[in-house]
Design a protein around this ligand. Structure first.
Ligand code: ATP
Length: 889
């Protein structure tokens, strides 16, 4: 072993020094498969100037210069630069935001450096680092095992073989094939059980996984379905654009108007109608929502899930730790010679044992002693007391058993001195038991604990005190009934048993002597009850899926308000075993059930299938190694941040940092808000664009001169529209967002109603603009051709678009107080854009480029009067729809 470490210049107890780590990092680089291709800012900048829009603008600018119109040409160039700058800043913000979010979900590794154990990001590992791993951890680099303990590893990611393999630290021959290298741990595989200390031998691209994946280089970033839909939406208005452009060109030509002006107008309209920025703004909205979820302790590791979240219809949640506190206390023992209650809660190591209400200072009874002993021996937790402070690590249920032992004067370390542990058969949720072997004068004492029905079933004798006797079938049934009574009182019940054997070979779960049952209290979390109610109000079903006993499950389900009647059916996991052959009636029964008990990890997969087949969008919680497949299969896999293993976290779409059910509710709410905001700004931007097209179209059809000049159209799109659009992305969600049923995931961003509205808003705004233009034309001596009339139509359009933000509120929101009016960003955006617009008229340089001119008090009156019209009519439409219409927003 010293050879292995010596070659790598490291000692097991000290690890590498910080200076050495620095040197090796320079030499070997970061521990990443292939350097995540960070889009450099230059690349992002360049990409802003390669789209169709930029090409069109460049053509317009060049044409203006060729025609000798320097001001026009310069102005178009300015628009081009502003457009690029805004695109650049937005995209960089989105990228940075996403990157820091991703960092939050990255998995950390325990490493020993300069004599200290610390958690570091896995990418910081260097060859020679000493890594400490636990069951459920993902192997962060290629490692040589130096100190394994009951180590087993799932190497399927590398070898395809899903049966876990044992590992040792013994040296091997040089030419052993990969799958048989028993002293190596490979990056990307994971520990299914045991623990290990190991030294890093290869990192990043030098690992076995790195070498495989080098040939499978990932192909850039994958777009989420939402981003793809937005890309498509951007193209939807192109046919309308082509029609309008053709009509403008032909009618202008027929009437002998300046052809260059017509071409420029067509180009400006094209810039307006193809909203290239939609996906990027959407990404910003998504990132913002993800940050808000992170504030609420829900980390999203997969961008596409944000969209799915809002459509969640079923939440399958485990019980322990999510619905309950996971703070356990032993409350009672049931032994062959009677019941014993235990006092003292939580981590308090003072407590008494009472028998029939009579206090007993010490549990003198031998059967009681045995029960405490098995609980303390068959255990992986630790409890230490220092200066009156109790420190615990491990499974809270096992901690509770240790504390009960301490109440009875049993200390685990002392006990292990006389009965050293030689072997552990780890807890397996499929078997529902665990066992430890202890050396006892050349023989072995086997301590077993597990689900009562399994332990009782595995027992052939029962401990009566100093002695034991045969356990009859009737007695077994009585024990089972007793465990059910305890479970129905809401206790988590375990069976305790022991045996003495000569050899460690053979099953630990045969011919056991049953000692008795232990009941633990795990109080329900207080905040869960109202949250479940809120989930149900939001049209989501909450389903408890637990490995625990049906009785316990039912009791807890009742106390958290998941079910309200005593005769609620609890379905046992084994009923799902034969999922392929279910009848429709059985399927319906499962889909409608709220409590599933004694569910093993494979049953979870089946349950997801049954729900998905019924058209549900399923969120499923999980924490263990075995939960990974179910977390992947669910539409939203939810892993626990504190209790969860690394494997579960890696397989999930969302990590709850506080393991709290309430966080799922908030994440769903945020998911719904995000979608509703995206819909808002898409509807907003597209209706603004349509109004511009219609203004030009109507004017051309009526034989009017152009009410908007090309540069004015560009100015609206590049400068004033976007602030309100961004602001809409930050709305807080209408007050009833969680009172509606979940959105159908197939529902498009723009529903049929939305398209109708888009047309309606477009017509309203363009009619107001044309009206203002005509009235304005009458107000000034030169008619509609004057700069004043054009300024009036330009400003009317600009302000009508600004007020239009209030029209995209949810149909169900209030008229005055709603998510748009309560969004301060919206007011800020309106203020900013208004100032810019006033500047566009009164600042000499800009007004020259935009051909605007002061319009006097009456002119402004006209602008405000007409621009407010679409708002008033739009609000009437919203109210009308609220009362009589459809409810899709
Ligand atoms: P939940 O799914 O709500 O977290 P759970 O912890 O009871 O519930 P599992 O971990 O699948 O679910 O456990 C199933 C049963 O196995 C438990 O009810 C308990 O009886 C038994 N059990 C759980 N952990 C252990 C353990 N460490 N040792 C022995 N038996 C255990």
């Amino acid at each position: 072993m010293s050879d292995v470490l010596g070659q790598r210049g490291v000692s097991k107890d000290e690890g590498l020094t910080e200076e050495e780590v620095e040197r090796r990092r320079e030499r070997f680089g970061p521990n990443e498969l292939h350097e995540v291709e960070q889009r450099r800012w230059l690349e992002v900048l360049i990409s802003q100037f390669t789209g169709v829009i930029v090409l069109l603008l460049a053509v317009a600018a060049v044409a203006a210069f060729v025609m000798g119109d320097v001001i026009e040409g310069t102005a178009v160039l300015a628009v081009l630069v502003i457009n690029g700058a805004i695109g650049f800043v937005t995209e960089m913000r989105a990228i940075r935001s996403m990157e820091s979010l991703q960092e939050m979900t990255e998995i950390e590794t325990r490493v020993r450096r300069a004599g200290d154990d610390q958690e570091i990001p896995a990418e910081d590992l260097v060859p020679g680092d000493i890594v400490i791993l636990d069951a459920g951890d993902i192997v962060p680099a290629d490692l040589r095992v130096i100190d394994p303990s009951r180590l087993q590893v799932d190497e399927s990611a590398l070898t395809g073989e899903s049966v876990p393999v044992g590992k040792t630290s013994d040296p091997l021959d040089e030419d052993v094939p990969l799958a048989e290298r028993e002293n190596m741990l490979y990056k990307g595989t994971y520990l299914t059980r045991g623990t290990a200390e190991a030294v890093v031998v290869a990192t990043g691209p030098d690992t076995e996984l790195g070498q495989i994946s080098a040939s499978l280089q990932e192909t850039g970033e994958k777009k989420t379905p939402l981003q793809e839909k937005l890309d498509d939406l951007g193209q939807k208005l192109v046919p309308l654009l082509l029609v309008v452009a053709a009509i403008v060109l032909v009618s202008g030509w027929l009437r002998g108007q300046d052809l260059f002006l017509m071409v420029e107008t067509a180009i400006a309209l094209a810039v307006a109608t193809v909203p290239e920025g939609l996906p990027i703004v959407a990404t910003l909205v998504l990132a913002r929502g993800m940050w808000r979820m992170a504030d609420r302790n829900a980390l999203i590791s997969n961008l596409a899930s944000v969209e799915t979240l809002g459509s969640t219809t079923v939440i399958c949640t485990d019980k322990t730790g999510t619905l309950t506190e996971n703070k356990m206390t032993v409350a009672a023992y049931e032994l062959a010679n009677g019941s014993v209650e235990v006092t003292g809660t939580g981590l308090d190591t003072d407590g008494t044992f009472q028998h029939g209400g009579q206090e007993r200072d010490e549990p003198q009874d031998p059967a009681m002693q045995e029960a405490l002993k098995v609980g303390v021996l068959c255990n992986n937790a630790s409890v230490t007391e220092e200066d009156g402070e109790v420190n615990v690590t491990g499974d809270p249920m096992e901690v509770a058993l240790l504390i009960a032992g301490m109440k009875g004067g049993l200390d685990r370390d002392d006990l292990l001195e006389s009965l050293p542990e030689t072997w552990e058969v780890s807890f397996d949720p499929a078997v529902k038991m665990m066992a430890t072997y202890h050396d006892s004068d050349g023989r072995y004492t086997v301590a077993v604990k597990g689900a009562p029905e399994e332990v009782i079933d595995s027992s052939s004798r029962v401990v009566t005190g100093e002695d034991s006797r045969e356990l009859s079938a009737t007695e077994k049934d009585e024990w089972i009934e007793q465990s059910e009574r305890m479970a129905e009182d809401g206790l988590r019940v375990l069976g305790l048993a022991r045996k003495n054997v000569d050899r460690t070979a053979g099953s630990p779960y045969e011919d056991l002597s049953l000692i008795g049952l232990v009941g633990l209290i795990d109080p329900p979390r207080e905040e869960v009850r109202p949250t479940i109610q809120r989930c149900q109000d939001a049209g989501m079903r909450v389903v408890m899926v637990t490995g625990d006993h049906a009785g316990t499950a039912k009791n807890i389900a009742r106390s958290v308000g998941l079910v309200d009647s005593d005769d609620t059916e609890v379905i046992e996991g084994r009923e799902l075993d034969d999922v392929e052959n279910l009848t429709q009636a059985e399927r319906d029964r499962f889909v409608n059930a709220s409590v599933f008990a004694r569910v093993n990890p494979a049953n979870k997969l089946d349950l997801i299938d049954v729900h998905q087949a019924a058209g549900s969008i399923v969120a499923m919680t999980g924490d263990g190694v075995n939960d990974a497949p179910a977390l992947k299969r669910a539409d939203i896999g939810v892993a626990m941040g504190q209790r969860g293993t690394q494997v579960a976290r890696e397989a999930s779409d969302m990590i709850l940092q506080d393991d709290n059910f309430e966080s799922i509710y908030h994440a769903v709410r945020e998911g719904r808000i995000i979608f509703s905001n995206i819909r808002k700004f898409v509807l907003y931007l597209m209706s603004c664009n349509v109004s511009e097209l219609l203004v030009i179209l109507i004017a051309a059809l009526l034989g009017f001169p152009l009410p908007l000049l090309p540069l004015q159209i560009l100015f609206l799109n590049v400068v004033t529209d976007i602030f309100p659009a961004f602001a809409l992305g930050a709305c807080g969600g209408s007050s009833d967002i969680m009172d509606r049923p979940p959105r159908d995931p197939e529902e498009p961003i723009m529903t049929r109603t939305n398209w109708t509205e888009l047309g309606l808003f477009g017509v309203l705004i363009s009619a107001a603009v044309i009206g203002a233009f005509a009235i304005g034309g009458g107000m000034y001596p030169g008619g509609m051709d004057t700069d004043e009339a054009v300024t009036i139509s330009f400003l009317t359009l600009a302000f009508a678009q600004l007020w239009h933000v209030f029209n995209v509120r949810d149909v169900t929101s209030g008229l005055v107080r709603n998510e748009v009016t309560e969004n301060l960003y919206v007011w800020g955006a309106l203020g900013l854009s208004s100032v810019i617009l006033v500047g566009a008229v009164y600042l000499p340089g800009i007004s020259l480029a935009l051909s605007t001119t002061p319009i006097g008090f009456e002119g402004w009156l006209l602008v405000f009067g007409m621009s407010l019209l679409p708002l008033v009519l739009g609000q009437i439409e919203r109210e009308f729809r609220r009362r009589f219409g459809t409810s899709d927003s």
